[in-house]
Design a protein around this ligand. Sequence first.
Ligand SMILES: C[S@@+](CC[C@H](N)C(=O)[O-])C[C@H]1O[C@@H](n2cnc3c(N)ncnc32)[C@H](O)[C@@H]1O
Length: 276
Amino acid sequence: MSPQPEFWNDPIYLKTAQYRTDENLAARQLLHQRFSVNPQNWMVWVFGMGRVEANHTLLDVGCGNGTLWEENFSVEHPAQLDVTLLDLSRGMVATAAETLANRVSSWRAIEGDVMALPLPENHFDRVFANHMLYHVPDPAKAVAELWRVLRPQGKLVAALNGTGHMRELWRLVGELLGVEPPKNSAAVFDPDTAASLFRVRFRRVTRHPFDDSLRVTDADLLWAYVLSTNALARTRTSSDRLNTIEQQFKDRVTQAIRTSGYFYIKKEVVAFVCQK
Ligand SMILES: C[S@@+](CC[C@H](N)C(=O)[O-])C[C@H]1O[C@@H](n2cnc3c(N)ncnc32)[C@H](O)[C@@H]1O
């Protein structure tokens, strides 16, 4: 049953399949954009955690398609900032570069691995590493690298999901497949383990939960989210059975929408702020 650890942190799978392009990530982002209850935009909130100041030197590791920059800066009013984007996936780097161009005064986008950052030490005022540390085979090595490239007093902002994140969704998927619910990213790297690792390196570590949930009113978009995660592909279920499960899934979600107005999913998201 999936997602299993090798799905979460196998660099070959991540580079060549899951994140070869931003298609899967975009399917998940769309669900959050459309159905999140908290009116506060997540990307704006998590960026705010960094307390970024004019002329800061910034790094975004595991930048994905660059949504952090799209949601915080506009091409109409580019910011006086120096930004470096880095991602394991070439496709993501290309998409993020397109997103970032013209939004800040100075930038570069590079392919690289957080476990061996091709960047100088004591260089950045702020480093963002959002929703990516659970993809890393050796998180302690990654945290050591994030610490190394920060200036003294500099801050790391790192977001992760908790064990209960989107439990209602995975419970339904498991029930329809007749198996244990697929585990989320916290099975590989949970916020408590992260907190311990951060405290080994950083002088001050604070933890900030982001209270949110989803009220989903579109069964097709929720099914697209499930497909984007690879949770079904790895069950080696026949295509006939998958078609049946898809129908049953959509029926159950539609039924919830009819009775309650939406299919409810609780999020469990946390941002850490770690000062060097
Ligand atoms: C879930 S996405 C998060 C993207 C973005 N930070 C966000 O919050 O929307 C995870 C990203 O981490 C990247 N990634 C995975 N392993 C990595 C590694 N070892 N080093 C750098 N980036 C990595 C993936 O390619 C993917 O773009």
